[in-house]
Each structure stands twice: as structure tokens, then as C-alpha cells.
Design a protein around this ligand. Structure first.
Ligand SMILES: O=c1ccn([C@@H]2O[C@H](COP(=O)(O)O)[C@@H](O)[C@H]2O)c(=O)[nH]1
Length: 496
């Protein structure tokens, strides 16, 4: 972007210094905003329930092209020294402003969807972009900064870099401080104080109203800089080697050791129809994975000879086998389902998983079979599919059950353990399905997050990838790519 390096922020917003926009233009725009009733005085109930002596409604500017254009120009002026490649407006009021800036200055724009579609591409961010590109956030009005953060998150989730936010009006109620605490610079064209100052000078507000607005700003701050940031309370991530020492379940310990040794936190979901295919996937992905996950009941045949072939590949390539059986019955029944039948799951898999819907008897039942064989159990704490019911209090109960049964429970199948598992012992492992290199979903409710998101802010340890690998032209190469992405995300999480 052209321009000079400016000292930006709310204070700088009062004194536009150079370029095609003058101080007079700023003042005139304030008067025009007042004229079209985008800025009103009285007694107004805000969304928060608070009564405010000032009301700002910038939605009206779409009806005044001269105002929209001037708004776009003063906001562009505020970021004249900032480097960015793309812009994204916060829905909805800022979208026409961002569009206008984009057109006036030939800068590409992105759009964030407020509601992600259930069909088609299911993208949260629309437009053409590449990971690593820098994106400026465009917003009309900042109070607490919460709406801005809702737009920053999906952009960062897509691998875009966000460092700057431009806003027409900063209400001076803590938005700038909140942005700063999230590493964002806020560039505002106007502060409320500036607007009040201009309107006072032109005798468009009384001294009393000006004083009321000032008192309102001072008394309604949304950001407490002294409050600890949630991230600061999050325990530091512990390396897999150390967690192996803390694991109380032998299988969990082996998996931590394997991941550290192989530098892989990737599990492949070998959801293929034939035994030949599963062996082919195990052979191709084997060098890159920590775990091969199966659904044995979707293979076209099964016997102990096939199980032995799979075990041989597991030894050769140093991976473990996870049968994703999702047991969900009473203790007595799961004993037979796990140890017997045609699949004899406990004979060849290192780990399996279960829902906690029937209560903890399911853990006791499975333990009688898997415990003596050195197997581990993963409890389903959350699911990746849309509308999944395993949330909130249920997830908390699953965490409690895992903590109480660490001799057999090695960890969880989950989505965002950062939200509920930070107090769980570090010897428990978190494995997350619903992972692809780009976020999205399928037609039947599956939802995908990226390895960076799952391991980074999600707080998980292992990515489970199915179609991203098995449907690739070269599953071996795809597994190598996911291995790199998963491990890089883990390394980054250790440093943060
Ligand atoms: O919440 C869950 C639990 C398990 N899965 C299983 O993971 C894989 C995902 O496959 P993709 O092809 O990567 O979608 C599959 O075996 C599921 O049964 C899950 O997706 N979500």
C-alpha cells in the first residue's frame, strides 16, 4: 500500500495529517453524519440494555452515496501507511464501506459469512486468497471490539494474517484496548470525543449533552486491562516425551512415546471398503502416521489372517491401530462385542473408543477385556458432526469419568479440548477427527477444521484425517503433507 508510516490509533485519529483528505474534510463529514441522522442525541436503549445519550446508526449511509464515498476515503486515509493485501468488512454495515474502499483503491476484498451454509462450499470466508496474505479489517463502529474479533477469527483460521483494523468511529469504550490485547492495531477516523467536539463548535449539541456523553463513555468501559487474559491462565503445553511419563495407561504412554520418536501426531482414518485397500493405505501412509484408525465393519471381509497382516505392517512402520468401534451399550454387552464375535477387536487393535451414554459401566466392561491385553480406551467427549449433542455438561462428565479411570482410559475423541480439558491430567491424550487442510464440511454434516486450528487454539494433540488422505491421488504423499502440518502445529503450540 502506498503512503507514509503513521502513528495510528485513537489519538492519531483526531489529526489527519496529509494526502487528499484534509482536517476540514473530517469536520465536514461529522456534520454531514449528523445531518443525515447517523449520529443522534437523546435517550437510547442499546443492545446491551444500557441507556445511552448518543446513538450512532451508520446503516443509513448506504442511502447517501456522497457520505458513503467520503466515509470510505477518510477510512482509507487512516491506513495510508499500513501494509495489507486484502480487506474484509465486518458484516453487515461495514460491507458497503469495504466495497467502496475496494473500488476506489483497486484493492481486493473478502467477505465473511455470518451464517455458514449447509450446502455447496460451506465457506466462512468468500473470495480469492492465499494462506499468509495480510488482511485489513473494515468496521463502521467499535464499542467493545467483539464483532471485530468474530471476523478476525475465521480469517486467521483460513491462514490469513490480520494485524490492522480500520473503523469509522471508535466509541472509546475499550475497543482499542481489547484490539491491542489481541495484537491488533485499531485505526479510527473519529472518536466520539472528536465528534462531540465538532458538534459543540457548531453549536449542534448543548454543553449538557456533551457532558452526558463524556460521562457515559467514562462510566461504560468494556475492557478491564487488569483482568487476566484467558490465554494467560491456560497451562503451558507439555511435550509428548514428558506426557508419556505422566500417562497412567500403558497404551497412552506408548502412543506419546511413538509420536515423539516418529515426529508424527497424525492418525489416518482408513475408511475404505476392501481389505486390499486398507492394506494399501497402511503401506503407503505407514511411514508418516502414528495411528491407523479402522472401521472393521465396513471392510468386505475379515479374519485373523488379515488382522495379522495389519499388525505386521504396524510393526514394520511403527504405528498403532485404533478400531473406531464407538461402543455404546451396557458393560455386560460390550464385553462380548469387544472380545468376541467375528471381529475379536481386542485381539488386534491397540485402542478403541466408547460413548459414555450408558454410564461408567461401559468403561468397567471394556476394561475387563482390554485391560489385561494392554489396550487403551478413548472416550468420545465431543463429535465433529454438525448438531452433535455431546457438548457442555455431557462433555464435562466424560472428562470426569476419564480422570477417574486413567488406568484404562487413555484420553478423548474430541474437538476443542482447550475449552474444557485444561484441568485434566496431561497424561490423557486428545485426538480430533474432522480435519482437512482447508476448513469446510461434507453433505452429511461432517465439519472440517485445519490442523493449525485443531492443535493450536483447539488444544488437541492428534489430528485424525480420513478423506483428506484416502481420497488423494497419492495417499502416501498426502499423509506426508498432513504429518508435516500436524507436527508444525504441535511445535508452534509448544512455543506459545
Ligand atoms: O466425532 C467424530 C468421531 C469420529 N469420526 C470418524 O473420523 C473419521 C473422519 O473421516 P473424514 O473422511 O476425515 O471425514 C471417520 O472415520 C469418522 O467415523 C468423526 O469424523 N467424527
Amino acid at each position: 500500500m502506498p503512503g507514509i508510516d503513521r502513528d495510528v490509533g485513537t489519538a492519531a485519529a483526531l489529526k489527519p495529517s496529509e494526502g487528499s483528505v484534509s482536517e476540514k474534510d473530517f469536520e465536514e463529514l461529522v456534520l454531514r453524519l449528523h445531518e443525515i441522522q447517523a449520529v443522534k442525541f437523546g435517550s437510547f436503549k442499546l443492545k446491551s440494555g444500557l441507556m445511552s445519550p448518543i446513538y450512532i446508526d451508520l446503516r443509513v449511509i448506504v442511502s447517501y452515496p456522497d457520505v458513503l464515498r467520503r466515509v470510505a476515503e477518510v477510512m482509507w486515509h487512516q491506513v495510508s501507511g499500513v501494509e495489507f493485501e486484502l480487506m474484509c468488512g465486518v458484516p453487515y454495515t461495514a460491507l458497503p464501506i469495504a466495497t467502496c474502499m475496494s473500488l476506489l483503491h483497486s484493492t481486493p476484498m473478502l467477505m465473511r459469512r455470518k451464517e455458514v451454509k449447509d450446502y455447496g462450499t460451506k465457506k466462512a470466508i468468500e473470495g480469492a486468497f492465499q494462506k499468509g496474505q495480510s488482511c485489513l479489517i473494515v468496521e463502521d463502529l467499535v464499542t467493545s471490539g467483539a464483532s471485530v474479533m468474530e471476523t478476525v477469527e475465521p480469517l486467521e483460521h483460513e491462514g490469513l494474517k490480520v494485524a490492522d483494523v480500520v473503523v469509522l468511529i471508535d466509541r472509546e469504550q475499550g475497543g482499542a484496548a481489547r484490539m491491542a490485547s489481541n495484537g491488533l492495531r485499531l485505526h479510527s477516523a473519529f472518536t466520539l470525543s472528536f465528534i462531540i467536539g465538532v458538534l459543540r463548535r457548531h453549536d449542534l449539541v448543548s454543553e449538557q449533552v456533551a457532558a452526558d456523553v463524556k460521562a457515559f463513555i467514562a462510566g461504560n468501559q468494556t475492557f478491564d486491562a487488569s483482568a487476566p487474559k484467558p490465554a494467560a491462565t491456560r497451562p503451558k503445553r507439555i511435550p509428548f516425551e514428558e506426557r508419556a511419563q505422566l500417562a497412567q495407561n500403558a497404551c497412552g504412554k506408548r502412543l506419546f512415546e511413538l509420536m515423539a520418536r516418529k515426529r508424527s501426531n497424525l492418525a489416518v482414518a482408513a475408511d475404505v471398503g476392501t481389505v486390499q485397500e486398507v492394506l494399501r493405505i497402511a503401506e503407503a501412509a505407514g511411514p508418516h502416521i502414528a495411528v491407523l484408525k479402522t472401521h472393521v465393519d465396513i471392510f468386505d471381509e475379515w479374519n485373523s489372517g488379515i488382522a495379522a497382516q495389519l499388525r505386521k505392517l504396524a510393526e514394520e512402520h511403527d504405528f498403532m491401530i485404533f478400531e473406531d468401534r464407538k461402543f455404546a451399550d451396557i458393560g455386560n454387552t460390550v464385553v462380548s462385542q469387544y472380545g468376541g464375535g467375528i471381529y475379536r477387536i481386542a485381539d488386534w487393535s491397540d485402542m478403541t473408543n466408547a460413548h459414555l451414554v450408558p454410564g461408567t459401566g461401559i468403561i468397567d466392561g471394556l476394561k475387563t477385556v482390554g485391560g489385561p491385553k494392554g489396550c487403551g480406551l478413548l472416550l468420545l467427549a465431543e463429535m465433529s458432526s454438525k448438531g452433535a449433542l455431546a457438548t457442555g455438561a455431557y462433555t464435562e462428565k466424560v472428562a470426569e469419568a476419564a480422570v477417574a479411570n486413567q488406568d484404562f482410559v487413555m484420553g478423548f475423541i474430541c474437538q476443542t479440548p482447550a475449552k474444557w480439558s485444561t484441568q485434566c491430567p496431561p497424561g490423557l491424550i486428545h485426538m480430533t477427527p474432522g480435519v482437512q487442510l482447508a476448513s469446510g464440511g461434507d453433505a452429511l454434516g461432517q465439519q472440517y477444521n485445519t490442523p493449525e486450528h485443531v492443535i493450536g487454539s483447539g488444544g488437541s494433540d492428534v489430528i485424525i484425517v480420513g478423506r483428506g488422505i484416502i481420497k488423494a491421488q497419492d495417499p502416501g504423499a498426502a499423509a506426508a503433507e498432513y504429518k508435516e502440518a500436524g507436527w508444525a502445529a504441535y511445535q508452534l503450540a509448544l512455543q506459545s
